[in-house]
Design a protein around this ligand. Structure first.
Ligand SMILES: Nc1ncnc2c1ncn2[C@@H]1O[C@H](COP(=O)(O)OP(=O)(O)O)[C@@H](O)[C@H]1O
Ligand SMILES: [Mg+2]
Length: 310
């Protein structure tokens, strides 16, 4: 058993003229929450369908939990859960019957089935509502039930395609919290897609950004910010004369200086230590009151990546 949950090598899927997934090479270690981030039409859902062996690749290959998606899809599906666009919830059944139905499909023996259903419904805060017909439930509740369904057979890996799409912010946050708690308890690997940056940042250990079928970058959210965002320093103080500004401009790491009434905004080429810059300012006669370091938000990073390579 290798330590990768997902491995793809130049995975490609073409629909007529559309390269939905274009030479995707990706590695997702076990035990992480991986966020596949990209705008609509980027190729996220197609990637999930390829990974589950529901679609044949046009080119390249993929392994999920060490199994080849072309030849061992059954092994993959046995060990994975999936929550795709159509959640597969039976609206006319109550919560227990919905899960019991899937538990039978998975051949879970009755006692194990009952225990697992109770465990998951309790975890998602649905146990008290278990006898209600789910057709009348809110979207957030249905989505939780669908996640419980995907987790029923203790999968090593779950695929969640836009799990919080269409949920109000409170339900989305609740779903994320429940999911994160469950993942840390059961050690399941999560591959989720989202076009919501804040969501990726809150929930994911590792984020891959995809646009027009191509993987633009992979990293943890903090890394992505550090590598893509321009490091910036705001220096608050007085006495920022022409001479002072000229001296700081001459520093090799300084890309740009913007002077405001009582601060300087300094853009750097890389995330260097700011101490030499402050020394320079003080020696040139400025008074420094405060130094604030900043870097781009993931949103800025995302937009930058979307702009590049167009
Ligand atoms: N079955 C299909 N037939 C033709 N084109 C498809 C099919 N499925 C997806 N596509 C196209 O592939 C691209 C990627 O789609 P998709 O994977 O659904 O993106 P995402 O999930 O990121 O929104 C889109 O241009 C979409 O129109
Ligand atoms: Mg999609």
């Amino acid at each position: 058993m290798n330590n990768l949950a997902i491995y793809t090598d130049n995975l490609t899927r073409t629909f007529k003229t559309v390269q939905a997934v274009d030479h995707l090479s990706l590695e997702v270690p076990r035990g992480v929450i991986f966020g596949f981030l990209g705008p609509n039409g980027a190729g996220k859902t197609t990637t999930i369908r390829l990974l589950l062996g529901l679609l044949e690749p046009t080119n390249g290959k993929a392994e999920v939990l060490g199994f080849d998606t072309r030849t061992q899809a059954d092994e993959i599906r046995l060990r994975s859960g999936a929550l795709l666009e159509h959640a597969g919830i039976y609206e006319r059944l109550n919560a227990i019957d919905n899960l019991d139905y899937y538990g039978r499909i998975w051949h879970l023996p009755q006692d194990k089935r009952q225990a697992r259903i109770k465990e998951l419904l309790t975890h998602f805060g649905l146990w008290d509502r278990r006898q209600e017909t789910v057709g009348k439930w809110s979207r957030g509740m249905k989505q939780k039930l669908a996640e419980a369904r995907a987790l029923l057979h203790h999968p090593a890996l779950i695929f969640l395609d836009e799990p919080t799409a269409g949920l109000d912010p409170v339900s989305a946050a609740a779903l994320r919290d429940d999911l994160a708690a469950l993942v840390s308890r059961e050690g399941v690997t999560v591959f989720l897609t989202t076009h919501n940056l804040a969501e990726a940042e809150k929930l994911c250990d590792l984020v891959g950004v995809i646009r027009q079928g191509q993987l633009l970058t992979v990293g943890n959210p903090a890394e992505l910010r550090a590598n893509t965002g321009t490091p910036r320093v705001e220096i608050v103080g007085r006495g920022f004369t022409e001479a002072v500004i000229a001296s700081i401009r001459s520093h090799p790491e300084v890309a740009q200086v913007e002077q405001n009434e009582n601060n300087l905004l300094v853009e750097l080429h890389s995330a260097v230590s700011t101490a030499p810059l402050i020394n320079l300012l003080v020696q040139a006669g400025a008074e420094v009151e405060e130094v604030r370091k900043g870097s781009a938000s993931l949103e800025e990073v995302f937009l930058t990546l979307m702009e590049e390579e167009k």
